[in-house]
Design a protein around this ligand. Sequence first.
Ligand SMILES: [Zn+2]
Ligand SMILES: [Zn+2]
Length: 819
Amino acid sequence: MCTYYNLMMFPYPSAEGLHVGNVYAFVGSDIHGRFQRMWGHDVFEPIGFDSFGIHSENFAIKKGTHPKEQTAKNIKHFTEQLKQLGALFDWDRAVITSEPEYYKWTQWLFLQLYKAGLAYKGKAPVDWCPSCKTVLADEQVIEGKCERCDSVVLQKDLEQWFLRITKYADRLLKNLETIDWSEKTKIAQRNWIGRTEGTSITFKIENSKEEIKAFTTRADTLYGATFLVLAPEHPLIASVTSKGIQEYVEAAKRKTELERRAEEKEKTGVFTGFYAINPLNKEKIPVWVADYALMGYGTGALFGDAHDERDVEFARKYTIPLKATVITGDKKQDQKILSLEQCFTEYGILVDSGPFTGMTSREAMKKVTEWLTEKGLGESKVTYHLRDWLISRQRYWGPPIPVIYCRKCRESTKHKTQSTNKSQNTKHKSQTEDRYGIDYVVINGVEYAIVLVPEKDLPVRLPKVKDFRPTGTGKSPLASVSSFMKTKCPVCKGSAQRETDVSDTFLDSAWYFLRYPCTEYANKPFDKKRIKKWLPVSMYIGGHEHAVLHLLYTRFITMALEDMGYIEFGEPFKKFRAHGLITKEGTKMSKSRGNVVNPDEYFVKYGADTVRTYLMFLGPMAEGGDWPDKGIVGVYRFFNRLWTLVAKPSLATAKLGLASELASELVNEVLRHKTIKKVTEDLENLRYNTAIAALMEYFNALQRSDKATREQINTLLILLSPFAPHLTEELWGKLGNKGSIHNQPWPKYNPRILKEEQLRLVVQVNGRVREVLSVARGISEKEAVALALQQEKIKKWFPSGKPKNVVFIKGRLLNLVSY
Ligand SMILES: [Zn+2]
Ligand SMILES: [Zn+2]
């Protein structure tokens, strides 16, 4: 039997419990799993809890409880709620990320990443959430605001742990072509990775040995560059001591990235006093510092010219001369553009550009780059928007990063380290085999070797402390727990100190799907053979909001584990489908809006099957729907009518025997096959709403005809069972069927029957026409005889119930002989 790993993003167990939006996602995934199971797959449908993280901690702070106790309580409540969904979850393999048995392996993962050169400690300007009192990953900042609490983030220079996801930028991008994912999620990842081809240009500074590297996608406009702009964070600026400049830089650093990037914002800047040389025409151009240049993009330096709106705006404000060097080629417009009344930003023809004059923009970009490369003044360069993944958090509720800092080891190995100049943007560089004591950090001016906690000493347990509140000082609360912080160096046995930051929750969830099939292994994170049997995940369902967070991180970690030889695939999820959201009266459900619908009362009032089916009836899985309370009654009534029809004692008796089945309306039979086809296709494509509509229509036809056969009703129950597992199981038994409905194979439809239309069958008795019946084209002789004998006008000729002789001309005529 083929295995099928049916995965749904595991929940963060909030104190509020599940809301209908969560239920929607779980049910949608469960229906898919149930369908795959009946289809013949060996389905694995696990569940767990993403229980570390700031959310849990913040709630505990608010309530005055400890996160450990609060989390246990939340998980208990979630478990109760999840159990009433009627999902196939394999509870024996539940994973809880805040348990030491799990985070031991999250720490192990960190060690492997470090050993592979994919984890490093580096100082960089990072995003700081003043409300969460911690740094955030790039991906957790949405339009300049904290993804969790919506606070505007600030920039801080801090030494942090990063994972080198940028090393995988190209693979993350290219592999997107090979996986079956929701298109909008792929687009979001492509944009976030943000691959840009351009040119890196070296500007020499007049009377100085310093150089500035600028990045541009428009090398064709370089001839017309009339100034250079540096970001306030640019390393060169730090060496400029002028008071005016330092004041400007300080002010800029207080602004958020969002403020700085705002299009409508008036550009500001200060002249640095020095000049750079345009490598193309050797002209001297002034160097400015301006906050519209951002350090995180390109190189933190750009040249200004007449073909970029922001540059033109800036130049006009500070009366910096501009020179148009690209024109449209359209005579009437040329005049206008050359007078710089409007900014021409498109590709065109070069003018006043020395040897490049007359070229098209595309040609010139190539030629200018070649020219610069030849002279050693530039090169073509690919940049990415993607930055390394910042995983340090100055919080309590997470796995301690398993690193120890040792002064003695640093002293004794100092001679091994060649270069010690760690500039702002160069991260760690020593890639020696023996890493103990080679990589180092500087704490309060003192150098310490980075020593990994040996694997045998894992987990580094999170100590239970009374005061776990974030400090806001840039240090985790663990920094003030001396019993935790002070430790012995595993290499030199001297006294040393622990890293006190914990890692981001997203690292916990970056590998949990590998743990699920392997929870019984205490001595390894996962078993290679077991992993091979179940992974990669066959179907992953979850929220699109994780497109560039969780879904990017999991891909990176999977690729890294493949490269390290732990697993044999690089993409964790063969198929991913983003589910839609359930709204309340058109608006997104959120606690702050106070419109969160708690499913519990609906479970009590209508039962899980009604809640499940109603949610799926709201709209296609990918789109979600709106939750108006009254709609649920319709589904509830449908189930009640179904119950009445099937549970009628008459139906459970022999009346539903073979004879009556054959006598049944063949119209129903055609509809049965049609319904199987429709529901099967809809379930494959997560169009649950239209599948339910088809089942309702089929039910109505059966009810109207009053001649439903056992098989027709069984088919209805089986097709409905992924939606309503409890009700259908009950009715299955009532009909006298053996075993569980959930172990039945998925019904197959007969394409032949679907193709057939009804035809008129002439029924003769002893050669005389007595009746004309409407039947399916493919009706067999046996079926036709049985059907004919049910008719009043025919029946009376055969008191024995059996004709003496039969002549059947397929598709046209049936002659029954009574003597
Ligand atoms: Zn925040
Ligand atoms: Zn040591």
